[in-house]
Write a new protein. Structure first.
Length: 125
Protein backbone atom coordinates (compact mmCIF):
# COMPACT_ATOMS: atom_id res chain seq x y z
CA UNK A 1 0.00 0.00 0.00
CA UNK A 2 2.81 2.42 0.90
CA UNK A 3 4.77 1.50 -2.22
CA UNK A 4 1.82 2.14 -4.53
CA UNK A 5 1.11 5.45 -2.80
CA UNK A 6 4.80 6.35 -3.03
CA UNK A 7 4.87 5.66 -6.77
CA UNK A 8 1.75 7.71 -7.44
CA UNK A 9 2.97 10.57 -5.22
CA UNK A 10 6.31 10.55 -7.05
CA UNK A 11 4.58 10.81 -10.41
CA UNK A 12 2.41 13.66 -9.14
CA UNK A 13 5.50 15.47 -7.83
CA UNK A 14 7.11 15.21 -11.26
CA UNK A 15 3.99 16.34 -13.13
CA UNK A 16 2.88 19.11 -10.75
CA UNK A 17 6.44 20.33 -10.25
CA UNK A 18 6.92 20.47 -14.01
CA UNK A 19 3.70 22.42 -14.41
CA UNK A 20 4.82 24.90 -11.75
CA UNK A 21 8.22 25.34 -13.42
CA UNK A 22 6.62 25.89 -16.83
CA UNK A 23 4.22 28.48 -15.40
CA UNK A 24 7.11 30.31 -13.76
CA UNK A 25 9.05 30.17 -17.03
CA UNK A 26 6.05 31.69 -18.80
CA UNK A 27 6.00 34.46 -16.21
CA UNK A 28 9.69 35.17 -16.85
CA UNK A 29 9.17 35.30 -20.60
CA UNK A 30 6.64 38.09 -20.28
CA UNK A 31 3.28 36.36 -19.90
CA UNK A 32 2.01 38.35 -16.95
CA UNK A 33 -0.35 36.85 -14.45
CA UNK A 34 0.57 33.18 -14.73
CA UNK A 35 3.17 33.28 -11.98
CA UNK A 36 0.50 33.21 -9.30
CA UNK A 37 -1.03 30.13 -10.92
CA UNK A 38 2.24 28.29 -10.25
CA UNK A 39 1.26 28.24 -6.57
CA UNK A 40 -1.44 25.63 -7.22
CA UNK A 41 0.70 22.87 -8.77
CA UNK A 42 3.63 23.94 -6.61
CA UNK A 43 1.56 23.49 -3.46
CA UNK A 44 0.31 20.12 -4.62
CA UNK A 45 3.88 19.04 -5.36
CA UNK A 46 4.99 20.23 -1.91
CA UNK A 47 2.23 18.26 -0.15
CA UNK A 48 3.18 15.16 -2.11
CA UNK A 49 6.81 15.63 -1.10
CA UNK A 50 5.72 15.85 2.56
CA UNK A 51 3.81 12.58 2.16
CA UNK A 52 6.78 10.92 0.44
CA UNK A 53 9.15 12.03 3.19
CA UNK A 54 6.80 10.69 5.84
CA UNK A 55 6.23 7.42 3.99
CA UNK A 56 9.89 6.58 3.83
CA UNK A 57 10.84 7.80 7.31
CA UNK A 58 12.76 10.92 6.33
CA UNK A 59 10.65 13.30 8.43
CA UNK A 60 8.01 13.35 11.13
CA UNK A 61 4.66 12.47 9.52
CA UNK A 62 2.35 15.45 9.20
CA UNK A 63 -1.11 13.90 9.40
CA UNK A 64 -2.78 17.11 8.18
CA UNK A 65 -0.80 16.92 4.91
CA UNK A 66 -2.22 13.47 4.21
CA UNK A 67 -5.81 14.58 4.73
CA UNK A 68 -5.43 17.85 2.78
CA UNK A 69 -3.85 15.93 -0.07
CA UNK A 70 -6.67 13.37 -0.09
CA UNK A 71 -9.28 16.14 -0.31
CA UNK A 72 -7.33 17.84 -3.13
CA UNK A 73 -7.13 14.55 -5.03
CA UNK A 74 -10.91 14.07 -4.84
CA UNK A 75 -11.52 17.70 -5.84
CA UNK A 76 -9.09 17.27 -8.74
CA UNK A 77 -10.90 14.15 -9.95
CA UNK A 78 -14.25 15.98 -9.80
CA UNK A 79 -12.87 18.99 -11.71
CA UNK A 80 -11.35 16.70 -14.33
CA UNK A 81 -14.67 14.87 -14.73
CA UNK A 82 -16.51 18.15 -15.26
CA UNK A 83 -13.91 19.45 -17.71
CA UNK A 84 -13.60 16.26 -19.71
CA UNK A 85 -17.36 15.78 -19.90
CA UNK A 86 -17.68 19.31 -21.27
CA UNK A 87 -15.24 18.58 -24.13
CA UNK A 88 -16.21 14.95 -24.74
CA UNK A 89 -18.42 15.90 -27.70
CA UNK A 90 -15.35 17.33 -29.47
CA UNK A 91 -12.96 14.49 -28.70
CA UNK A 92 -14.58 11.09 -29.15
CA UNK A 93 -12.26 8.89 -27.14
CA UNK A 94 -11.34 11.26 -24.31
CA UNK A 95 -12.72 8.84 -21.72
CA UNK A 96 -10.00 6.28 -22.51
CA UNK A 97 -7.59 8.77 -20.94
CA UNK A 98 -9.93 10.46 -18.48
CA UNK A 99 -11.25 7.44 -16.61
CA UNK A 100 -7.86 5.93 -15.72
CA UNK A 101 -6.51 9.31 -14.58
CA UNK A 102 -9.55 9.95 -12.39
CA UNK A 103 -9.40 6.39 -11.04
CA UNK A 104 -5.73 6.81 -10.09
CA UNK A 105 -6.49 10.10 -8.31
CA UNK A 106 -9.34 8.50 -6.36
CA UNK A 107 -7.16 5.47 -5.54
CA UNK A 108 -4.46 7.85 -4.34
CA UNK A 109 -6.99 9.65 -2.11
CA UNK A 110 -8.15 6.37 -0.56
CA UNK A 111 -4.59 5.12 -0.02
CA UNK A 112 -3.59 8.46 1.48
CA UNK A 113 -6.37 8.29 4.06
CA UNK A 114 -5.62 4.63 4.85
CA UNK A 115 -1.93 5.35 5.37
CA UNK A 116 -2.72 8.45 7.46
CA UNK A 117 -4.85 6.32 9.78
CA UNK A 118 -1.95 3.91 10.29
CA UNK A 119 0.49 6.65 11.26
CA UNK A 120 1.65 6.61 14.86
CA UNK A 121 0.02 9.28 16.96
CA UNK A 122 2.16 12.31 17.63
CA UNK A 123 3.18 12.88 21.25
CA UNK A 124 1.54 15.81 23.01
CA UNK A 125 3.90 18.43 24.28
Amino acid sequence: MKIILGIICGLVVLFAGGCAVMLLASQMSGDSGVGALALIPGGIAALNVLVLLALFGRSQPQRWAFYVLAVLDVVGAIIMAMFWSSISFQVGDIWTIALPVMAVLLLKAVLTVLVARQLPSQPQG
